[in-house]
Design a protein. Sequence first.
Length: 64
Amino acid sequence: MAKYNVGDQVRILAETEALRSLWGKTGTVEASSEQYFGAVYELIMDEDAKKANSINEDWLQLVS
């Protein structure tokens, strides 16, 4: 089951090479899909309204 719902505000916390440009930024969950290793998400980033795809739920934190 996905940790986050469509419309949730999240922050990207992963410090991977692929996510370097998104680290620490926030976005809104637009869609999610269940995979064998957990949920992955599509986000609309707050800063520029661009999509970020295939973001693993372990790389995110809910913004309070």
